[in-house]
Design a protein around this ligand. Structure first.
Ligand code: PLP
Length: 389
């Protein structure tokens, strides 16, 4: 009955705290495990499957490219990558794109670009980068160094030098860091996803941007989790009227295939010369064809429905029995429960609903097109589980 689970246990490195099921397939927001049990999906594979499982329109775009050319290398131009970059630039006002394969790599690219910019424009000691405590920027040594979480750093010291962490909402602390270190960039998530869906305030974000401008420091926004429609805007910085110098994204951009993108503003667009950075799989035409399909569909009506569905979830859970607090924007929701979240997530699995946890909160990242009926059913189950657990 549980063949996959057992094989997984015996053969894979145990660096994940897995839930005890193996998923084998699905349609839209319904997924099936290896025993045939069905679940309503409030995870999207951690914000990746933007339009759910096996979305037919996305599948067709991906399948078409797969039948033409599966990979071309970066020695040659390819149509899907060029079109995707053009659309990203048009929709954000940014000027150039570098493609990679994950969020961590999108951030590595931004870190390298920021260092090169700081050192070239301001001087050889201007390589310092300030990030926010509680942030998550990835698992590679560079992006881990940027991540503001001591527990994740502990086993891997020494990390990359030059990273400093400022407490969220503490603008004076940020000023002090900028004074103490020759700084190339400030990097942040507008809503800290892995930190339990914890938003930064509009006032703070605006102050950070003003300070960055004043000090000639690059502002990098990590939209790996918050991007691509997740919060009800195309990118979350758009809610706060920010104009970042660089934007990084990944997760939901590919709709299920691995892709990372680093967006460069006019100020940054000439920082890399041939040979300065690269990625074998970056800009893979199949991944880009899928992402192009996703990005084209993230239009006004879709984003409005994301905001409506998010509002529905937050209203239904706020003040419900067993629930302390609800955070987030659009279909990125954090839920502070009275009972331990792991216990709630496991009970939800029993009841046929998949949800995520982040720190001490439940985290909900359903497919952006989850049908109302399934969303309502999942929320009812969540209410019941939180009330009785
Ligand atoms: C998931 C995530 C990353 C890392 O992305 P990977 O694709 O796992 O490398 C970076 N930043 C944020 C905000 C994320 O949520």
């Amino acid at each position: 009955m549980h063949k996959i689970l057992e094989m997984d246990q015996n053969n894979l490195i145990h660096s994940y705290n897995r839930f005890p099921i193996a998923l084998t397939g699905g349609r839209g927001s319904i997924l099936y495990d290896e025993t045939g049990k069905a679940y309503i999906d409030l995870t999207s594979g951690i914000g990746v499957n933007t339009f759910g499982a096996a979305d037919p329109v996305w599948l067709q775009a991906v399948g078409h490219q797969l039948g033409m050319l599966q990979h071309s290398s970066n020695l040659y131009a390819n149509g899907p990558a060029a079109q995707l970059a053009k659309l990203l630039n048009e929709k954000t006002g940014m000027k150039k794109v570098f493609f990679s394969n994950s969020g961590a790599e999108a951030n590595e690219c931004a870190i390298k670009a920021a260092r090169k910019y700081g050192v070239e424009k301001k001087g050889s000691d201007y390589f310092h980068i300030i990030t926010v405590a509680g942030s998550f920027h990835g698992r590679t040594l560079g992006s881990l160094s940027a991540t503001g979480q001591e527990t994740l750093h502990a086993p891997y010291k020494p990390l990359l030098p030059g990273f400093h962490y400022t407490a969220p909402e503490d603008i004076n602390g940020l000023k002090a860091l900028l004074k103490a270190y020759p700084t190339a960039a400030i990097m942040l998530e507008c809503i800290q996803g892995e930190n339990g869906v914890t938003p930064l305030s509009r006032t703070y974000l605006q102050q950070v941007q003003a300070l960055a401008r004043q000090e000639g420091v690059i502002l990098i926004i990590d939209e790996v989790q918050t991007g691509n429609g997740r919060t009800g805007a195309l990118y979350s910085y758009m809610h706060f009227d920010l104009q970042p110098d660089m934007v990084t994204t990944a997760k939901g951009l590919g709709g299920g295939l691995p892709i990372g993108a680093t967006l460069f503003s006019e100020r940054m667009e000439t920082i890399f010369a041939p040979g300065d950075h690269g990625s074998t799989f970056g800009g893979n035409p199949v991944c880009c064809a899928g992402a192009l399909n996703i990005l084209r569909r993230l239009d006004g009506p879709l984003l409005r429905s994301v905001r409506e569905k998010g509002m529905y979830i937050r209203t239904a859970l706020k003040g419900a029995a067993g629930i302390e607090q609800v955070t987030g924007m659009g279909l990125m929701v954090g839920v502070q429960t009275q009972k331990p979240v792991r216990q709630i997530a496991l009970k939800c699995i029993e009841q046929g609903v998949l949800c995520l946890t982040a720190k001490e909160r439940l985290r909900l990242l359903p497919p952006l097109n989850i049908p109302w009926e399934q969303l309502e059913r999942a929320v009812q189950i969540l209410q019941k589980v939180c009330a009785e657990s």
